[in-house]
Design a protein around this ligand. Structure first.
Ligand SMILES: CC(C)(COP(=O)(O)OP(=O)(O)OC[C@H]1O[C@@H](n2cnc3c(N)ncnc32)[C@H](O)[C@@H]1OP(=O)(O)O)[C@@H](O)C(=O)NCCC(=O)NCCS
Length: 199
């Protein structure tokens, strides 16, 4: 149990505040600006290398590592599971965004991954993709749609989820190895989380 006050994070580790949010009913229709240059494609049983390349192009800036450290066979079996939907946002034929919906738990959908590459971020694609995510999630028989985001993610992600109809319900602290120190991610990734080198 964490008490009040400061807690040291061990050398070589990072700490993030994780907020979980949920919606328990389908939200009403909101703003839905068109994105003429973008298409959304369902990628059934994606190749692991293709998936990891897109995941890296989106997530390096936000220190996303869970799908890089996971053994390849485990990742392959998750993304090939018929209860997991992987969608790619395509611009001029190239994948520039990822939407992953996980229906493996009955009655519920997790917005497991949601992100855009720097090539299309901040131009309206996020709202467009969230509208598609909400439509897909609630097209199945679910009672709950949920997501978690952390303080290392894009600074507007949390507010964006709240504006989308998700309600925060839990806060956690996640401690993990800094992937820039092990060489998993480049040392200059995510300058908003400065590297601390000790010893
Ligand atoms: C979260 C994310 C998908 C949003 O995409 P985006 O391209 O920024 O989204 P949009 O341009 O459609 O903008 C979405 C909303 O944020 C607002 N917005 C955009 N840039 C903003 C900024 N710099 N500051 C504040 N608000 C901003 C827009 O006005 C829009 O408002 P709305 O909610 O009323 O529609 C995108 O930031 C992203 O991929 N981030 C990296 C990965 C990540 O952090 N994912 C979420 C963690 S799980």
């Amino acid at each position: 149990m964490l008490g009040n006050g400061y807690t040291d994070v061990p050398p070589g580790k990072l700490a993030a505040v994780v907020t979980s949010l949920e919606m328990r009913e389908r939200p009403g229709k909101g703003r839905d600006p068109e994105q003429p240059g973008l298409t959304l494609r369902h990628v059934a049983a994606p190749a692991t290398d293709w998936y990891r390349d897109l995941y890296r192009r989106i997530g390096t800036e936000w220190l996303w590592v869970s799908r890089l450290v996971m053994p390849a066979e485990e990742l392959t079996s998750i993304i090939a599971d018929p209860a997991v939907e992987v969608w790619a946002v395509l611009r001029e034929g190239k994948a520039e965004g990822l939407l992953e919906l996980d229906f493996r738990e009955a009655g519920s959908c997790e917005l497991a991954f949601f992100g855009l590459t720097p090539a299309i971020i901040g131009q309206g694609a996020g709202r467009w993709l969230m509208n598609r995510a909400i439509e897909r999630a609630w097209s199945r028989s679910i009672r709950r749609f949920w997501v978690h985001t952390c303080s290392i993610d894009h600074p507007s992600a949390l507010g964006f989820y709240i504006r989308s109809g998700f309600v925060p319900y839990q806060r956690q602290i996640e401690v993990f190895d800094d992937p820039r120190l092990s060489g998993l991610l480049p040392r200059d990734a995510a300058p908003h989380v400065p590297l601390i080198v000790t010893g």
